[in-house]
Design a protein around this ligand. Structure first.
Ligand code: TYD
Length: 211
């Protein structure tokens, strides 16, 4: 099964990821975790361009092609081989981040983006998307406190509000794949909700642990 974690800034996806993967391993599954942008040596180099504070004038069209390049490499080099070996792949951000940030956030045309995404990923879509939802102001404040402020966070709050609305729109349009989790809860409660939803999805698709 291919699972993705999505969320606006400061939603805590990244810090939940390893405990979530460990839980799935305890259930007997083989699990591979990865993150976007990055996840391969080539992708990590692309990530440096994307997050650098020096690249303030990176055009949205340039930006999107960099995200897609990193993703194409990740799909071929990491995700597809792991899925064919029967693993669960948990990816921190994937195509829906592009729709949320570049599409809803920057206003690039969604239909064009969907076609480009299909090309970059060779049509590979997640079966389950855990969306950690959080109010924009709360999320941005969390990140500022952690001093993890990078170029992509520095966009104005209005941009991040469009991103969040985009996520909520996509989640409502495809409720069987998207599961919305309240990320304003304490960390342990968020983790509990993620586990519950994942177990339900694994049961429904009858993926058996490889014990
Ligand atoms: P990162 O530091 O990994 O943030 P987070 O911990 O919130 O995931 O930076 C990823 C940034 O890239 C984040 O601001 C979202 C953005 N992004 C896009 O704009 N489009 C994309 O397709 C992807 C994968 C990420």
């Amino acid at each position: 099964m291919f699972i993705t974690l999505e969320g606006p800034e400061g939603s805590g996806k990244t810090s939940q990821l390893s405990a979530f993967a460990d839980f799935l391993r305890e259930q007997g599954y083989e699990v591979l975790t990865t993150r976007e942008p990055g996840g391969t040596a080539i992708g990590d180099q692309i990530r440096q361009i994307l997050v650098s504070m020096e690249n303030k004038n990176l055009h949205p069209r340039t930006e999107i092609m960099l995200f897609l390049s990193a993703r194409a490499q990740l799909v071929e080099q990491v995700i597809k081989p792991a899925l064919s070996n029967g693993k669960i792949v948990v990816c921190d951000r994937y195509g829906d981040s592009t729709l949320a940030y570049q599409g809803y956030g920057h206003g690039l045309p969604l239909e064009t983006l969907r076609k480009m995404l299909g090309f970059a990923t060779d049509g590979l879509k997640p079966e389950l998307t855990l969306y950690l939802d959080l109010e924009v102001e709360v999320g941005l404040l969390r990140k500022k406190k952690e001093q993890e402020w990078n170029r992509l966070d520095a966009y104005e709050a209005a941009f991040h509000r469009r991103v969040r609305q985009g996520y909520l729109t996509m989640a409502a349009a495809e409720p069987e794949r998207w599961k919305v989790i309240d990320a304003s809860q304490p960390k342990d409660d968020v983790q509990r909700d993620m586990r519950k939803v994942a177990l339900e999805a694994l049961e429904n698709c009858k993926v058996n642990p490889r014990l």
